[in-house]
Design a protein around this ligand. Structure first.
Ligand code: F6P
Length: 381
């Protein structure tokens, strides 16, 4: 994977000159996949930076790639992105079903490749490049446009923090904050009733949210997809705590966590989606098993979309602004098919196609795992 550090040494004038030579005048922006706190911060930063530094025309593409398929676009200007920094969701709308290579038209079930139609719309709208804000599914679709010669600059979004190439995605900090607050709140019920309280968090196949929120919220047990758990070990740990006088325990379980040799709990299957499996429901299953295995009353709470909704925390507003600003500058410094990333505290860029079809998972040597184990957190292994 080739990595470049953005060099902001260039002046605005020289960047503008570079852009003129590549004739970048009109740029489409879309948000793809699930909504995520900080999307509007990115849209705002892209639009304002592109307008103020380069006098570009910015076109908002509605509902992710669906807007490209259906030619639904609208101009964005300073007024359109005013007062959106603190808003959750995305002013452009989003979509986690539309893959133009396997598009299912409303009222039909047949999958059709409509990439040609999208290319026609890109041309008809006079778009010289796209800024694509999304997670791995969105980048996988964007990679096909890159192969067709469309200049796409990616911006890494997802509460799951699982996009390959970047140390962090915007949206993650907010999800962790919300999950941490939820864990903080169940502590009181756990302690008052001497219960085990299980909190299920999102994250798909990655345990980043559970790990970070579990550590921040003082979970006694953290279960993540990357470390299959042994139910007996979890129950023994809870019972041992009880023997030592700790009458309550908190379990933070990632929606993708599995018992050793077991399967993920699926909440629904959406055949029209490029990623049809929706996880969810492991929390109540696990709670029933812990109650049976320990004899201690155990309750479950599923946080679900609460983790994705509402106002982004400051860190996501800042990261979204940095990413959006970097995407605009990157485009105008001649980059093509790149993904803006954060690596070791620096904004850099990598090849967009390098993020295609991959997930960045928690590894056993992740320093936070060691820290958590050292403060007596059980991972069920
Ligand atoms: O990728 C973000 C995410 O919230 C995952 O954590 C979760 O598994 C999934 O999206 C849920 O998708 P949907 O909003 O379609 O139910």
């Amino acid at each position: 994977m080739s990595v470049k550090t953005l060099s902001p040494g260039q002046t605005t004038a020289s960047r503008g000159a570079a852009a003129m030579s590549r004739k970048i005048r009109r740029v489409g922006v879309l948000t793809g996949g699930g909504d995520c706190p900080g999307l509007n911060a990115v849209i705002r930063a892209v639009t304002k930076s592109a307008l103020n530094c380069y006098n570009l025309e910015i076109v908002g593409i509605e509902e992710g790639f669906l807007g490209l398929v259906q030619n639904r676009m609208r101009p964005l200007n300073n007024a359109a992105v005013s007062n959106i920094l603190t808003q959750g969701g995305t002013i452009l709308g989003t979509n986690n079903r539309c893959n133009p290579r396997a598009y299912v038209a409303p009222g039909t079930s047949e999958k059709r490749d409509v990439m040609d139609r999208c290319m026609e719309h890109i041309q008809a709208q006079g778009l010289d490049a796209l800024i694509v804000i999304g997670g791995d599914g969105t980048m996988s679709v964007a990679a096909h446009f890159v192969r067709l010669g469309v200049n796409c600059i990616g911006v890494p979004k997802t509460i799951d923090n699982d996009l390959m190439g970047t140390d962090i995605t915007f949206g993650f900090a907010t999800a962790v904050q919300i999950a941490t607050e939820a864990l903080d709140r169940v502590h009181t019920t756990a302690a008052s009733h001497h219960r085990v309280m299980v909190v299920e968090v999102m994250g798909r196949n990655a345990g980043w949210i559970a790990l970070a929120a579990g550590v921040a919220g003082g979970a006694d047990v953290i279960l993540i997809p990357e470390i299959p758990y042994d139910l007996e070990k979890v129950c023994d740990f809870v019972l041992e705590r009880q023997r030592r006088g700790k009458k309550s325990s908190i379990v933070c379980v990632s929606e993708g966590a599995t018992p050793v040799g077991g399967k993920q709990v699926v909440s629904r299957v959406d055949p029209t989606s490029p990623d049809p499996i929706r996880l969810g429901g492991v929390g109540p299953v696990l709670a029933a098993q812990i109650e049976q295995g320990t004899g201690i009353e155990t309750r479950a709470t599923i946080l679900g979309h609460i983790q994705r909704g509402g106002t982004p925390v400051a860190a996501d507003r800042i990261l979204g602004t940095q990413f959006g600003n970097a995407a605009a500058h990157l485009l105008m410094t001649g980059a093509e098919g790149r993904l803006v990333v954060m690596q070791k505290g620096e904004i850099r860029d990598v090849e967009l196609i390098s993020a295609e079809g991959k997930q960045r998972l928690v590894t056993p040597d992740t320093p936070l795992i060691r820290a958590a184990r050292d403060v007596e957190t059980c991972f069920g292994d």
